[in-house]
Design a protein around this ligand. Structure first.
Ligand SMILES: [Cu+2]
Length: 192
């Protein structure tokens, strides 16, 4: 008789643990669905100057110009990260990137794709993702684009919106982390 009671208690405990476990799993599943990778909504934010593709990034005006927080046209020759420069965004998920953006991944000694094309003078959003366990720093070789720089930590995605050059041509980009360019992290932007 005593053994039978012990068995019943054990069964009840197992059932309660299973129900609580299922409830916690369901609850966290709901939270993931609310914030998570399945959420394809762009991270775009409205600012007084215009629309930014993600929090922290420079806004684009209704006229299609990338501007600073004070409303000046962003200066591609400014010191990276300075007030006059186009700003990189806070970290985002890849699915939060705008559909019209140029998406680049970097890792394992290569950019993918290695080149991309943009229209002269257009407001261009570049989305950079680190796909390995390293930090990478995207930069252009030409001084006319020195302000367009994005640093991403391991596995991180960030974007930058800038005014593409008005002069057509090829603009080389590279990873500025020591040793990464030599290993093959380079590519080119074709402006036409
Ligand atoms: Cu790198």
């Amino acid at each position: 008789m005593e053994n039978k009671n012990k068995i019943i208690i054990a069964v009840v405990v197992v059932v309660v643990v299973a129900i609580v476990g299922y409830w916690i799993a369901t609850k966290s599943g709901t939270n993931t669905a609310q914030n998570g990778p399945a959420g394809d909504a762009p991270a775009a934010v409205e600012t007084p100057q215009g629309t930014a593709a993600a929090p922290g990034a420079s806004a684009v005006t209704d006229e299609g110009k990338v501007v600073t927080q004070s409303g000046q046209v962003a200066d591609n020759t400014a010191i990276p990260g300075s007030m006059a420069a186009p700003q990189q965004s806070a970290p985002i998920t890849q699915s939060e990137a705008p559909a019209s953006s140029v998406k680049l991944s970097v890792g394992n000694s290569v950019f993918s794709p290695t080149d991309f094309s943009v229209k002269t003078g257009s407001a261009t959003t570049l989305v950079l993702t680190s796909v390995d366990s390293m930090t990478h720093v995207f930069k252009f070789r030409d001084a006319s684009l020195q302000a367009v720089a994005v640093g991403i930590g391991p596995g991180e995605t960030r974007l930058i919106t800038f005014n593409a050059p008005t002069k057509s041509g090829e603009y080389e980009f590279f990873c500025d982390v020591p040793g990464h360019t030599a290993r093959g992290e380079t590519g080119k932007m074709i402006v036409k």
